[in-house]
Structures are given as structure tokens and as C-alpha cells.
Write a protein that binds this ligand. Structure first.
Ligand code: ARG
Length: 460
């Protein structure tokens, strides 16, 4: 007979259609280790409350340990009749302890249990995700170190804008990921609250010790309000936001890698181990990792949307809708666990074709701003300087030549302000070297940025 946790007031068993809709054990089984940890803490609290004697506590703890090893070894598995992870584990406990196993449920409800399990799971897995994020960030920093003064064109509107150091571009992605790491750390502070003790919604008449349980499970504090304890899924929604934002950051990086690896750009060559081929076109080398990172951001955003939509308008305290919190969370964790190591490997092994990138740096008149700012340093109002430089660009576009390919006479014809000394600023290296303000793309500021990014990564 199935071990339902709620049979007493029902004349018969649930309809097949209800059971099939209701069952969650096929996905919540991964919470088993966390549910068992929470059970151990709960058993100790029941014993301190005088509701279990020393012998009973010992037997219950031993059975929980045994069940945990059996789960880990795959010897104990949920059956198709187990509604959820709690039901399956209670069955395992009853198999080991007989009626004594039924004592553990005192003072708790699946409502506070599931909220506790999911918090424990997510805090645990978020640490692993942070580690993988650090690995990707490290890979970007290492590439940036190699390219502190590798010139590249920087883009706005994906049109050539101004020369930049390629390392500076990579470090822009590093900044985004460092913020994500900060967000995870900050998220954990709010997630570190223990729902256990809330029971179904109102707390318990039994002398439980929620603060002690919280401490034992590594939480910072017990929940301040038992209704909020079982109704709140902010921690899941907030985690899914961070995951979605990480996904968006990876998709923007991925998109750039896709562009850089096209023969049209030809800036980056992926390592064979991190690229794929085509089943029909023998010449192909495709950046699938970058594309999958870009594509999977869709499901990460979807998971956030799913949980927010599920929560919207839900009356307090617990509603069964909340069972729908788990799959989006698990999917986000699994997705990041897959994508982050692949991206880290792809970035750390990619080869940058410095010569091609440097050759592209001045194309599209990216030094035009240098000319305008040179005029400004000579006292020409920027509005006029912009106009003059624009006329110079127009001539060069018509002749299909570079800014420094026009004659001195042509320069004075465009404007008497344009003396031949302007040629001094018409070099990419010069443009980079001239950028000395903090956070800019010059070699000095980029080196400073590398150092501070390294310091921030050290804190992880
Ligand atoms: N499987 C449920 C969930 O994930 C556990 C809590 C069920 N509580 C209840 N009263 N039916 O939310």
C-alpha cells in the first residue's frame, strides 16, 4: 500500500488523474540529501523538547544515516506511488523503524520542509555556480592579460567607433561577471533564513527550537514570520534573476565570439576541442558553445518569467502552485553548470589573431575622434572641430583612402586649422597611449583594471 501522508479523512485513494498531476517525486528527488539533513536537525530538536527519548533519537538518526547511504548508492529509490520526496523518505524511514518512524513528522509540515529543502539545495548549488563563474572570469582575465595593448576597433552600433585594447573589451565582460558574483553573495544573505518551525503556516504548539534548527542547517536565522516562511519564494525568484542575468551576460559574450570567429572578422580561432564541425560541409568550424550560451539564455529568462508568473496573485500562506517553483530552479542550476565550464574552456583556449585585429583597428575612420580632439586642444570649439573632421572623412570616403593618406594641401583646404602636425595623432598606438584616465582603454588604465579585477577574484 502506498504511504500517503494524508489518508485518514479520505474514503478511498486518489484518482489516477489526480495522482499523475500531483506527483513531484520525479523531479524533487534531488532534494533528498537536504531533506534528510533537515530531518536530522528536526529529530534532535524533538529530543530536546522531550518528545523523543535518547534511544529513539539514536535509532532515528541511525536510520536516517542508513537511508542516506541507501539513497546515495541507489538502493533506495522513490516508487511511482510516492507523491514527493518527503513521502518517499518517510516510507524509507518506516521500512527501517516501523512505527517509531512516524514520530519524526511531529511539529513540521511538508510546507516548511520543502521551503527548507529548496533553500538548502540552492545555497549549496549556488556556491558551485559561483566557482564556475570564477573560472570563466579567470579565463577572461588571463586572455585580457595577453592583450593589454593589442589594438582592436571598438564598436558602437556594431560600426567601427574608436580604437580600443582588446584586453579592455574582455575586461568589460569581466566586470559584468564580477557583478554577478557579488549578486550571488548578496543573494545568499537573504536566502540564509530557515523556514523550519513554521509548520504548515502557524508555527507549532510543541516546544520546538527554530533557532537551533536554523543554526544546525547553516542558516543565519529562523524565519521571523511563520506565514512568510512557507509562502515566500523570493529566494528562488531572486536566484533565477541572477541566473537569467548571467545567461544574458554569457549570450552577449557568446555573440561576440560568434562574430570574432567568422572569417569576415577573423580575429579569433577556437581550439579544436571547443569547436564543432558540419555533417555535410567538410570545411566548417562552428562556435557551438558560444551559440548554445546565447540560446540557453532564453530558457534562463523563461525560468524567471515562469516563477514570477506563478507567484503573482498567490494568496498566503502555502498553495500547491508553489510546487511549480522547483523545475525552473533546477533547470537554471543545470543549465549554468553545463554552460559555464564550456565557455571557460572555449575562452581560455582561443587564439587571438593579433595582426588581423590590429590591422582592423584604424579601419572605418576610427581615428576621426583623435583629429577632432587634437583640434580642441588647439582651441577650436568642439562643434567646429567635429564639422572639420567630418569634411576630412567625407573626402577620404570619396577617395577610399585612410585619414593620413591625404596631402598637406588637402588638409589646409579642409580647414586652415588642420596643419600637418595632425598626423601625430593619426596612429592607433598613439590613440591608445593617449588614454590615461582611470577606466579608459590605455595600457596604464587597463593594467590597473587587471590588477583590481584580480583582487576582486581573490575574495572568492
Ligand atoms: N510537493 C510539495 C511542494 O513541492 C510539497 C509541499 C506539499 N504540501 C502540501 N500541503 N500539499 O510544494
Amino acid at each position: 500500500t502506498p504511504t500517503r501522508l494524508w489518508g485518514g479523512r479520505f474514503a478511498g485513494g486518489p484518482a489516477e488523474a489526480l495522482a499523475r498531476l500531483s506527483v513531484s517525486v520525479q523531479f524533487d528527488w534531488r532534494l533528498a540529501p537536504y531533506d534528510l539533513a533537515a530531518s536530522r536537525a528536526h529529530a534532535r530538536v524533538l529530543a530536546r523538547a522531550g518528545l523523543l527519548d535518547a534511544d529513539e533519537l539514536g535509532r532515528i538518526l541511525a536510520a536516517l544515516d542508513d537511508l542516506e547511504s541507501a539513497c546515495a548508492a541507489g538502493e533506495f529509490r522513490p516508487s511511482i506511488d510516492d507523491e514527493d520526496v518527503h513521502t518517499a523518505l518517510e516510507r524509507g524511514l518506516l521500512e527501517r523503524l516501523g512505527t517509531l518512524g512516524g514520530k519524526l513528522r511531529a511539529g513540521r509540515s511538508r510546507n516548511d520542509q520543502i521551503a527548507t529543502d529548496l533553500r538548502l539545495y540552492l545555497r549549496d548549488r549556488a556556491r558551485g555556480i559561483a566557482t564556475r563563474l570564477v573560472e570563466l572570469t579567470d579565463a577572461l582575465v588571463e586572455q585580457a592579460e595577453r592583450h593589454v595593448d593589442t589594438p582592436a576597433p571598438g564598436f558602437t552600433h556594431l560600426q567601427p567607433a574608436q580604437p580600443i585594447a582588446f584586453g579592455h573589451q574582455l575586461l568589460a565582460h569581466v566586470q559584468a561577471l564580477l557583478r554577478d558574483l557579488d549578486r550571488l553573495r548578496d543573494w545568499d544573505k537573504r536566502a540564509a533564513v530557515s523556514p523550519l518551525g513554521a509548520g504548515a503556516l502557524a508555527g507549532s504548539s510543541l516546544p520546538l527550537d527554530p533557532a537551533q534548527v536554523a543554526k544546525e542547517l547553516g542558516f543565519e536565522a529562523p524565519a521571523a514570520n511563520s506565514i512568510d516562511a512557507v509562502a515566500d519564494r523570493d529566494f528562488a525568484a531572486e536566484f533565477l534573476f541572477v541566473a537569467a542575468l548571467v545567461g544574458v551576460h554569457l549570450s552577449r559574450l557568446g555573440e561576440e565570439v560568434v562574430l570574432w570567429t567568422t572569417p569576415q572578422f577573423g580575429w579569433v580561432e577556437l581550439d579544436d576541442a571547443f569547436a564543432t564541425g558540419s555533417s555535410i560541409m567538410p570545411q566548417k568550424k562552428n562556435p557551438d558553445i558560444a551559440e548554445l550560451a546565447r540560446g540557453k539564455s532564453g530558457r534562463l529568462i523563461g525560468n524567471l518569467t515562469a516563477i514570477l508568473t506563478m507567484l503573482k496573485g498567490l494568496p498566503l500562506a502555502y498553495d500547491r502552485d508553489l510546487q511549480e517553483d522547483k523545475e525552473p530552479v533546477f533547470d537554471a542550476v543545470d543549465t549554468l553548470d553545463l554552460v559555464l565550464p564550456a565557455m571557460a574552456g572555449m575562452i581560455s583556449t582561443m587564439t587571438v589573431r593579433v595582426d588581423r585585429m590590429a590591422a582592423d583597428a584604424p579601419l572605418g575612420y576610427t581615428l576621426a575622434t583623435e583629429v577632432a580632439e587634437w583640434l580642441v586642444r588647439r582651441g577650436v570649439p568642439f562643434r567646429e572641430a567635429h564639422e572639420i573632421t567630418g569634411r576630412l572623412v567625407m573626402i577620404c570616403v570619396a577617395r577610399d583612402c585612410a585619414l593620413d593618406a591625404v596631402s598637406d594641401e588637402d588638409l589646409t583646404e579642409v580647414s586652415p586649422h588642420l596643419t600637418p602636425e595632425v598626423r601625430d595623432v593619426l596612429s592607433v598606438r598613439g590613440a591608445l597611449a593617449a588614454r590615461i584616465t582611470p577606466g579608459s582603454t590605455g595600457p596604464g588604465p587597463v593594467a590597473d583594471q587587471l590588477a583590481s579585477a584580480g583582487d576582486r577574484l581573490q575574495t572568492w
